[in-house]
Every structure is written in structure tokens, then in C-alpha cells.
Design a protein around this ligand. Structure first.
Ligand SMILES: [Cu+2]
Length: 698
């Protein structure tokens, strides 16, 4: 890192700001924690300013009575102010007074029961509507006793019986129709074993079902943007390199070809056939360019950074009651118990935009978000089947803006020669015009039948100019090397506000589908000084492009063993002393949770990933599993390339990240010091629960 600054700007105030900037810069390069500390210069005194997400948005837990397993599948507000909650246990609850006004505790009334894993809820014209696994159901309370007395099937659809055939929705259209999405089944890969699995469907009030779009894998959340266009969220998996949101229009194919087995049917608006989709591992944008009707994501949510399992989409219609992000989208994440924020724009008729961290620290895995009638957001959670960083098995919380404006990058917009960053508060102009304040890179993911993707084609970009608007709210960056169809990381961690505040989150990820036409910025002479500061900036050569592939084996602290040995050492003429085979079981668990070996013995462990998501197996020193897991989470864009193996002495031996239905064997000599060593999965979010003990005894 090489930071230069035009000394003309080094007033005493700015000098202090500059050093505070350095602190932040060093502490928060790739991963932005939710708490930042900064030294703020004030006349005659040095004050430590600590900013955290909770200064701006408060997470309030809604108490759930004992005995109610509120595994939230759907949320919907009713006109009387109650919150309807559908649960995966098959119930619909009415939560009265969910705002906990006064000292009153919310009251839970069971409205409906006996449903089959409802994963959506809507309230429309006096009735609730929910998607059960096999049907869209209308629930009506005719006699006003707060209990549904009529359960009506609006339409039903076939199931193969596979556990992964979740059904989501409905989302009402302005015309009164309903949109639902149907998850693919899972048989070691996604599969459409029943009609219209992997599709978005429209259901008319009289129960006619019309296919809208295909290519979905696990479309658990969908909603409108401010313009009333429909977006859906996708989860990393086969053909899906990372989480993302995609604009859906009738006739679209959005990426996973399994559902195309039904496109030959007359009523299909999608004409592509499975064999039209090449399996090359090229970036999705490059493949889609040659295939009419193939819609690429509006915004990617980089895996492990902005989430690991995209869930609901909610547009900010609060008109300022929820803070400065009116018109933007909030996108939930189940595995990391957090919410990202998305600013969209349309360029050449195509949606694109930037995703930012927004808030984390919810109690369980976020599946649903809905607005309360006071501009606060209800967040419904469940983590059964998929662990989440929020440790509770389920939960219901409310997110309330405190009224304070967080200092954030509000939007990023594409320009013909760079980006325009808009901030929520005026920036310190001297820092904002300094080129080394910014770090930009571009990258992509593989589009292929495999599960997920490492980050590919990661490349640093050169910032040539930074021009601050007179009001200090915008910075226009001139950047070399922008690439259509790629994700651009924009890190502005050097920026501070005019009042000396660091950014609450300093990074955004812009998906550049289209480079806009228009005037390029003539860098004014005044900013030549900034340009000059760029001399000596150590731009990495083109060879910094990181090629995907396996982690290099590295020596352990002792230097005597390598951490990943996948062929039996030649010296083991009699073979291993111990041979273990470990698989997985539901709920993010290894199917063997205790191994016992003698000190110094020869051990072979085969890890079979028979699960439906990515895992690894990492042997670590006693009591360090969570620490290593959290270090893996902080690896940023490098994580996926390095198999989420942090460079840590606590890591003793490991496999690589394994796709579903693959396996890897590792060979090592057991530690010479007895103890309970841990084997842990360091894939983001898994380390908290996916652990076993390697007991080493004399
Ligand atoms: Cu795992």
C-alpha cells in the first residue's frame, strides 16, 4: 500500500483526519466490521469516536411465547396492524401489537394450522394467501373470531416428493394476480422432477396457472423495486456462482437450465432448451451475450461478503421514515443473518447497480422482511436445515431507524469512464480528491453446472481522477479498465465525512452490465495535483489476475508437515494407522463427530461431501475452531480462491472446499501433543456448528 497526498491539503485538521484515515484504512481493508473506531480531531482535544450500525438502526426482539416454534416462512401486515406470520411448522399466527407500544407484550393468536411448510404469506382483500408445498391456499376468517374457518385451494401443482421442492409466495400484482416461485428438487444437483419446478408462475384469482420465467434454482425471495418491476433473489448453487438479484420479465431465462425440461410445452413463454446452454465455466455475462432471452443478474451479492444465501427483497417505500435510502432495495441473507442494501439504475434499458453491507447481527437466519405501518421493518427468521450466524433456531425482530443519518456510500452510478459515488453526508474534500483514497477491482464468477464458483479474473483497476462536487455529496471517479458483465469492487475506506466520521461501510459492489454512453470527464487542471499524487502508486501488473485453482500447500508451524497432502506419503509403506470416512448429515453437521487416534500416528481422513452445499474439513488446534472460522469469514474476495483456509498457525491440516457429491482424502501425522483437536468447516457461517473432535491420546 502506498498512500500519497498533496501536501497543500495538509492543514492541521486534515493531517489528523489523514492519520485517522490511515487507521481505518489499515484496519478495514477487505472486511468492514460493524464497529469502526476513528480518532477525530477537535480543537484542543482528541476524542475517540466509535461508530456502529446500532447507532443508526436498532434491532428489537419481539418476545415469542414458550411453546411456539415460530420458524418464519412468511410475513404479512393486516389492516388492523397485526402481523401475520406463517411458520414452517404449518401454522399462521396473528401477532397483535407487534410494535410493543407502551409496556404491552405482543399477543399471539393462532389463525391457521395444519399447513405443509408455508414459505410465503400475503394479505389481500380480507384473506391471507400462502404457498404450501403443493398449492396456493386462501385462508379466510368469516365470523371474525381471529381464526381461519375456510381453507381454499386456489391452485395446486405437482410434487415429486423431493425434500428440496419448496414453494414461495404469493406476491400480488397490481392486477390482482399472484406470483409464486417453485424451487428445484435436489438429487446431488438441482433437478426439475415435477412440472414447472425452477419457474416463476402467475396464478389468476380463479386458479389458472401461467408460466412466466425459468432458470430459477432456489428462488426464496422476490419483490418489487420502486418502479414496480419484479426482482428475485437467487442462492449460490449449481450454475449459480454467487448470490444475486435478477430482474424478471415474462419469457426470461435467468440461469439454471434444469427447469428448461418443461420449455417444450405449448404454454411455455421460454423457448430455450436445456441443450442450448453451454457448460464452459466462462462468466455468465459472456455466455448470455450469445443466447437471446438469457437474462443476467441486475446485481451480484459477492459470496461470503454480502451474504451466503440470498432471501427476501424489500423496497424502501418509507419516504425517509427508514433513513436516507428511499427507493433502494434491502436484501436479506439467511446464513449470515444480515441485510444488504442495493441501489439500482437502468442503463440502456438494463437494470444494474451496487450492493452494500447494511446491517448484521440478527438473531437467526433471515428469510422474510416486511414493512410495519410506522416505517420500521419486521424481520422473520429460521435456521432449521441451514445454520446461520444468528444462533437462535427462529426469531422475529424489528429494525427501527434511530433518526441519525449514517455516513454511507448512498449510491454508485456508472459513467462512461468510471463511477459516480454519492454519499449520505458531505465528504472531506481533500481526502475525497486523493486517488489513493480508493481501491477498485473487477472480478467475476464461473457459470457452470458445478456448485458455486471461486472468484475469477480478479484484477486491480487504476483510478485516474477524483472530482468532488461543490456540495461535497458526490465524487466522480475516472477509472481505467471497466469491464461490462463484471462486478466492480469499490472500496472507499479512506473517505471521511466533513465532520470527521469514517464510513459505516466503505465498500460497494457494482455489477456493470452496460457501460453508459456520454461525455467522458475532462480532468480539470485543478485536479492535476491529485493526478500527480498518483505517481508512484504501485499498480499491480496484469499478472496480479488471480488464477483460480487449488490452494498451495503450505508448511505447518513445525515445518515438518504440509497442511494438505492428498496422496499417501511414499514412506507409509504399511499404509495409514487409521482410516476414517466422514460425510455430512442435515443441519450442517459431520456424520462422525468424534475420532480418536494415538499421538504421532498416521491418519487418513476421507471427507465425502454428500450434502447440498459447499464444505471443507479443517483440523485446527484445540479451542481455535471459531477463531479460525471467523478468520475465514474475513478473507474477503480471496476466501473462495483459498478454500476459506486462513493463513493461521492454528490450521494444521485441511481439505479444499468440496462441491456436493465430491470427496477428498488427506493424509497427516497426528500431533505429538495429546488433546481434543477440532475438525471444522470454515465455509462462511458454518464453523459455529459444523465441528467434530479429533481426540489425540498417548
Ligand atoms: Cu460447511
Amino acid at each position: 500500500m502506498n498512500i500519497m497526498i498533496d501536501t497543500n491539503y495538509l492543514t492541521p485538521y486534515n493531517l489528523a483526519s489523514f492519520f485517522s484515515r490511515m487507521l481505518i484504512f489499515i484496519g478495514a481493508w477487505f472486511f468492514m466490521p460493524s464497529v469502526l473506531s476513528a480518532q477525530v480531531a477537535s480543537p484542543g482535544a482528541q476524542e475517540t469516536l466509535s461508530i456502529k450500525e446500532s447507532d443508526y438502526y436498532e434491532i428489537i426482539s419481539i418476545p415469542i411465547p414458550d411453546g411456539i416454534e415460530l420458524e418464519v416462512g412468511g410475513l404479512a401486515l393486516t389492516p388492523d396492524g397485526s402481523l401475520g406470520v406463517a411458520t414452517r411448522r404449518g401454522e399462521v399466527w396473528l401477532v397483535e401489537n407487534p410494535y410493543m407500544e407502551g409496556t404491552r407484550i405482543p399477543r399471539f393468536v393462532r389463525f391457521a394450522s395444519g399447513l405443509h411448510e408455508p414459505l410465503g404469506l400475503a394479505y389481500h382483500s380480507g384473506s391471507f394467501y400462502t404457498s404450501q408445498r403443493s398449492e396456493l391456499t386462501k385462508l379466510t376468517d368469516r365470523n371474525g373470531d381471529r381464526k381461519a374457518d375456510v381453507y381454499e385451494t386456489v391452485v395446486s401443482w405437482p410434487l415429486s416428493g423431493n425434500y428440496h421442492e419448496y414453494s414461495y409466495g404469493p406476491l400480488f400484482t397490481p392486477e390482482g394476480d399472484m406470483l409464486v416461485t417453485l424451487n428445484l428438487g435436489w438429487i446431488g444437483h438441482g433437478s426439475s422432477m415435477a412440472k414447472w419446478r425452477g419457474w416463476m408462475m402467475k396464478v389468476t384469482p380463479d386458479g389458472k396457472m401461467i408460466p412466466i420465467a425459468s432458470g430459477m434454482r432456489s428462488p426464496s425471495g422476490f419483490g418489487y423495486n420502486a418502479q414496480g418491476d419484479v426482482f428475485y433473489g437467487e442462492n449460490q448453487g449449481d450454475w449459480v456462482g454467487s448470490g444475486r438479484i435478477t430482474h424478471v420479465e415474462p419469457g426470461d431465462f435467468v440461469g439454471n437450465p434444469e427447469g428448461l425440461v418443461w420449455s417444450h410445452l405449448e404454454e411455455s413463454p421460454v423457448k430455450l432448451r436445456p441443450e442450448d446452454i453451454p457448460d464452459t465455466g466462462m462468466p455468465m455475462s459472456k455466455v448470455a451475450a450469445d443466447i437471446p432471452g438469457f437474462k443476467t443478474p441486475a446485481v451480484w451479492l459477492p459470496h461470503g461478503l454480502l451474504g451466503i444465501s440470498t432471501s427476501d427483497i424489500l423496497v424502501d417505500k418509507s419516504d425517509g421514515d427508514f433513513g436516507p435510502f428511499s427507493g433502494q432495495l434491502f436484501v436479506g441473507d439467511q446464513g449470515l443473518s444480515k441485510i444488504a442494501r442495493v441501489s439500482l439504475e437502468k442503463v440502456n434499458g438494463v437494470y444494474q447497480g451496487a450492493a452494500f453491507p447494511f446491517i448484521e447481527g440478527f438473531s437467526s437466519g433471515i428469510l422474510r422482511m416486511v414493512w410495519g405501518n410506522d416505517g420500521s421493518m419486521f424481520v422473520g427468521m429460521t435456521s432449521r436445515g441451514w445454520n446461520s450466524t444468528g444462533p437462535a433456531p427462529f426469531g422475529l425482530q424489528r429494525l427501527v431507524w434511530t433518526g441519525k443519518t449514517p455516513f454511507e456510500i448512498k449510491t454508485i452510478k456508472a459513467k462512461p469512464d468510471g463511477f459516480e459515488l454519492e454519499f449520505t453526508l458531505p465528504v472531506d474534500a481533500a481526502l475525497a480528491k486523493t486517488l489513493d483514497t480508493y481501491k477498485l477491482s473487477s472480478f467475476n464468477y464461473k457459470y457452470h453446472h458445478n456448485y458455486g464458483s471461486p472468484v475469477i479474473e480478479l484484477e486491480d483497476l487504476t483510478v485516474r481522477g477524483a472530482v468532488v462536487s461543490p456540495d461535497g455529496l458526490k465524487v466522480r471517479l475516472v477509472v481505467d479498465g471497466l469491464k461490462e458483465g463484471y462486478i466492480h469492487e469499490v472500496n472507499a475506506s479512506g473517505i471521511i465525512s466533513k465532520d470527521g466520521m469514517p464510513l459505516l461501510h466503505a465498500v460497494g459492489y457494482y455489477t456493470l452490465n452496460q457501460l453508459p454512453a456520454g461525455e467522458k470527464l475532462e480532468l480539470p487542471t485543478a485536479s492535476a495535483a491529485s493526478v500527480d499524487t498518483h505517481v508512484g502508486h504501485q499498480q499491480k501488473p496484469a499478472s496480479s489476475t488471480i488464477v483460480t485453482g487449488s490452494m498451495q500447500v503450505t508448511a505447518t508451524a513445525s515445518g515438518s508437515q504440509q497442511k494438505r497432502v492428498t496422496t499417501m506419503p511414499a514412506a507409509w509403506s504399511k499404509g495409514p494407522d487409521y482410516t476414517f470416512s466422514i460425510g455430512t448429515k442435515p443441519g450442517l453437521k459431520y456424520d462422525v463427530e468424534l475420532l480418536e487416534v494415538k499421538t504421532g500416528s498416521k491418519v487418513k481422513i476421507t471427507f465425502n461431501n454428500d450434502d447440498d452445499m459447499l464444505h471443507n474439513l479443517v483440523v485446527v488446534k484445540p479451542t481455535t475452531a471459531i477463531k479460525v472460522g471467523e478468520e475465514a469469514l474475513k478473507m474477503g474476495l480471496e476466501g473462495s480462491q483459498k478454500n476459506y483456509i486462513p493463513a493461521s498457525e492454528d490450521v494444521l491440516f485441511h481439505t479444499n472446499i468440496l462441491s456436493p457429491e465430491t470427496s477428498e482424502s488427506i493424509y497427516f501425522q497426528a500431533p505429538t501433543v495429546p488433546g481434543d483437536y477440532t475438525y471444522v468447516c470454515t465455509f462462511p457461517g458454518h464453523a459455529y456448528v459444523m465441528q467434530g473432535i479429533l481426540r489425540v491420546v498417548r
